[in-house]
Design a protein around this ligand. Structure first.
Ligand code: TMP
Ligand code: ASP
Length: 235
């Protein structure tokens, strides 16, 4: 397959057309932003790590019964994926309070939830990805009621898989964000990435943060944390 023109450049990835109308190439970048792009930087080796981690996890997720856009890894920073139209929804699962839910609702960081808590944000930088509910998503025609139910089921199943996978590697999955897309045949499938950019990972023993919060909060040892997470996923 041939890499053709760039379709889109996001904060962490670029998307390219190919000569196959059902396939895109995604290229992962080292660029990192936080706080809606207010803070900008690079994390050396991030593109390679996030591409590799997603390339390991997505086939396992597929096997666990959740369809994904992933086809194959092509190079250290590139992967081949199915063409999808991304639903403009950030789907967030929280097992433990951290980040924006702690700030917004005053729940101390580290408070464990009895059940996973699911949130939707409207993916739109102009409005700073605001938190919305199911009715808002339907009213705005971001997805149908049935699609939202499907996304919720897939995400809860994904959380169970990921929680176990990371726990076996000494990592507490605090929360994560995923995105879904609709393929050329109308199926809703998991898209985007699963990486330290999009999850909060705390070491089970020490509580050490092994994710992008090290960048967001200027905690240092950012590259080391990403490397450590890749090492654990590869084991
Ligand atoms: P939050 O606590 O800032 O709402 O983040 C919840 C989870 O979503 C956390 O694992 C980080 C991830 N996330 C993204 O992947 N992209 C984003 O733009 C934001 C704000 C959070
Ligand atoms: N994607 C966010 C931004 O807008 C960063 C984050 O993950 O917090 O910069």
């Amino acid at each position: 397959m041939q890499k053709l023109e760039q379709l889109y450049e996001g904060k962490a990835k670029k998307v390219f057309k190919t000569d196959n109308p059902d396939e895109f190439i995604i290229e992962y970048k080292d660029d990192a932003t936080a706080g809606d792009g207010a803070k900008k930087g690079t994390i050396a080796g991030k593109g390679v790590i996030n591409n590799e981690m997603t390339s390991i996890l997505f086939p396992m997720i597929e096997k666990a019964g959740i369809p994904t856009h992933f086809i194959e890894k092509l190079s250290p920073t590139e992967q081949l994926v199915k063409v999808v139209t991304i639903l403009p929804l950030e789907v967030i699962v929280r097992n433990t309070a951290a980040g924006s839910i702690s700030q917004r609702l005053g729940i101390p960081e580290g408070t464990k939830f009895d059940e996973p808590t699911l949130e939707f944000s409207y993916k739109n930088d102009d409005y700073h990805d605001p938190l919305i509910n199911d009715d808002h998503a339907v009213a705005m025609k971001l997805a149908t009621r049935e699609e939202i139910a499907q996304v919720r089921d897939m995400t809860m199943k994904l959380n169970e898989f990921l929680k176990d996978f990371f726990a076996q590697r000494g990592v507490d999955l605090i929360d994560f964000k995923v995105e879904y897309g609709k393929d050329n045949y109308g199926n809703i499938i998991l898209a985007d990435e699963i990486s330290p950019d999009t999850c909060r990972f705390w070491d089970i023993e020490t509580g050490e943060k092994l994710d992008k919060d090290r960048f967001r909060r200027d905690l240092g040892n950012i590259e080391e944390a990403y490397q450590e997470m890749l090492k654990r996923v590869e084991n």
